[in-house]
Design a protein around this ligand. Structure first.
Ligand code: FAD
Length: 386
């Protein structure tokens, strides 16, 4: 029995690393971080492929944020390099900028456009749906059937294993449509990559004499052996914590096929989407944004599926309702046993890395308040339904 642990952390992903770092440095707590994987960084983990090329093991991670304070915080642990996240979509043999922009519209419709004439064109194309109830209706209401069929319909079906009509409007609503020539994937003011990679950044975060890390260790096997003096942070799947007693939440998984090629670069940009037939959704050449100089390159081909590691919460009304029931159990667990549920799997919500780090910092502030005031505040009760 380990009896000198103040904070027990399940998960060495962004959430676990940030909370461990804050608790050790700010509160002076002794922290034990446990992860069943053999590395740090959770899904942000990057490591050299056998060819020597640095790859993102769990899909490309494009760091971006609107929060300057967050950049300042992370800059304690890393330097940055500027990055341009450029995505193109392969539709019937032609590569189009994606998200859709003025160039996409011109190439697709075969005519020169200005922002004004593009607006008129989209007004003609779009379907009149006042309150879209799902992702299909959302896209049809913005760009109409022809663009929906070409860029969204089959890609969404492959990615999520269900039609866009079964998914919440936000799934496709996250993707902008632009009437200018901005060909960046996102428009956040801060778009950059940690100079030495994500794993190096998280390793530096955990480098502290009061933090211990136990890898290749499942939390479920040790949770009964360690009673932390202050609290537990849980960043794993919420339904798994409760032994799936209310049923399993659906997750979408991915498999990655890494292919080394003896060339400096083979794609024109970091990501190419395949919205047409075939099981692969995208091909990623991460070297475009890591800044690595190497004679080889590696492509990662992604194939989504329902079986395997849980990567994406599936945003449907049924899954949301089931999550809400788990959230009630989690709130009780926070009050009764000071277990705080934080993170993408623990809150069953599609967070990007910057957003999940903001969540972790919010969770830390609640811990601070609670242990400063003795108030029994529940972190998860603050959360709105996803
Ligand atoms: C394919 C893909 C692409 C993405 N692309 C981007 C992007 O471009 N930009 C961006 O900002 N974000 C991106 N993200 C999101 C980003 O990965 C997450 O926001 C972030 O990793 C969430 O951090 P977390 O700590 O909540 O969870 P995770 O990173 O999932 O870490 C959780 C950790 O907990 C461990 N764990 C779970 N259960 C147990 C257990 N029982 N015992 C021990 N350990 C356990 C897991 O092994 C894992 O290491 C992407 C995610 C995916 C899946």
């Amino acid at each position: 029995m380990l009896d000198d642990v103040d904070l027990l952390v399940c998960g060495a992903g962004p959430v676990g690393c940030v909370l461990a770092e804050r608790a050790a440095r700010v509160l002076g707590w002794r922290v034990l971080v446990v992860d069943r994987r053999s590395h740090l960084g959770g899904n942000c983990h990057d490591a050299p492929h056998e060819s020597g090329v640095l790859v993102h093991r769990y899909g490309p991670h494009y760091f971006r944020t609107r929060d300057e304070g967050l950049v300042r915080y992370l800059s304690r642990f890393t330097e940055w390099i500027p990055a341009k996240y450029e995505v193109r979509s392969l539709v019937r043999g032609t590569l189009y900028p994606f998200p859709i922009n003025l160039t996409t519209l011109e190439t697709f419709f075969g005519s020169k456009l200005t922002p004004e004439s593009a607006r008129v064109l989209l007004d003609r194309e779009r379907e009149k749906i006042d309150r879209p109830r799902n992702s299909e209706e959302y896209v049809l209401s913005r760009v109409g059937r022809r663009l929906y069929d070409a860029f969204y319909r089959d890609y969404t079906l492959k990615q999520w294993g269900r039609p866009a009509a079964d998914l919440d409007p936000e799934v496709c609503g996250r993707i902008p449509v632009r009437l200018d020539r901005d060909d960046r994937y996102v428009d956040h003011p801060f778009q950059m990559m940690p100079r030495a990679g994500f794993t190096a950044m998280f390793r530096r975060m955990l480098r502290h004499r009061r933090i211990r890390v136990l890898l290749d260790q499942d939390f479920r096997e040790i949770r009964h052996l360690i009673l932390p003096r202050k609290a537990t942070i849980y960043a794993g799947p919420i339904d798994e914590y409760f032994d799936h007693r209310l049923g399993r939440l659906p997750y979408r998984s991915l498999s990655f096929d890494f292919r080394a090629i003896a060339a400096e670069r083979v794609q024109p940009c970091v990501q190419i989407n395949f919205p047409g037939a075939g099981p692969i959704t995208r091909s990623v050449e991460i070297k475009h944004i890591t800044g690595q100089v190497h004679p080889m390159t590696v492509l990662s081909l992604e194939r989504p599926g329902d079986v395997g590691e849980p990567y994406y919460p599936v945003p449907t009304s049924a899954s949301r309702a089931l999550y809400e029931r788990y959230r009630t159990l989690a709130e009780h667990e926070t009050r009764a046993n000071r277990v705080y549920f934080c993170g993408r799997l623990a809150q069953y919500r599609y967070f990007n890395t910057d957003e999940v780090i903001q969540e972790a910092l919010g969770c830390f502030r609640l811990l601070q308040q609670r242990f400063a005031t003795g108030l029994d505040r529940s972190y998860s009760s603050r959360l709105q339904p996803s």
